[in-house]
Ligand binder design. Structure first.
Ligand SMILES: [Zn+2]
Length: 71
């Protein structure tokens, strides 16, 4: 996904793997944003889960118990 740095206003891209890793971390740790570092100025940019989900609509949260025979 394309991000515009809030500090230097230059665009940079993060890969889908990173987007998925960010969503996993947000889901696992119950975060309300994820920090990515701008490659130009090295300042941290906050990404909201909404922006990340828009970039990775096929992402699904990991299920703890996919198959529970007790049910
Ligand atoms: Zn920057």
């Amino acid at each position: 996904m394309q991000i515009r740095c809030t500090n230097c206003h230059r665009p940079f891209a993060i890969g889908k793997d990173t987007v998925h890793a960010a969503l996993d971390a947000i889901h696992a740790e119950n975060l309300n944003h994820y920090n990515v570092q701008c490659p130009h100025c090295r300042r941290v940019n906050r990404l909201s889960p909404m922006e990340l989900k828009r970039a990775a609509p096929d992402w699904q949260p990991e299920q703890d118990s996919a198959d529970n025979p007790e049910e």
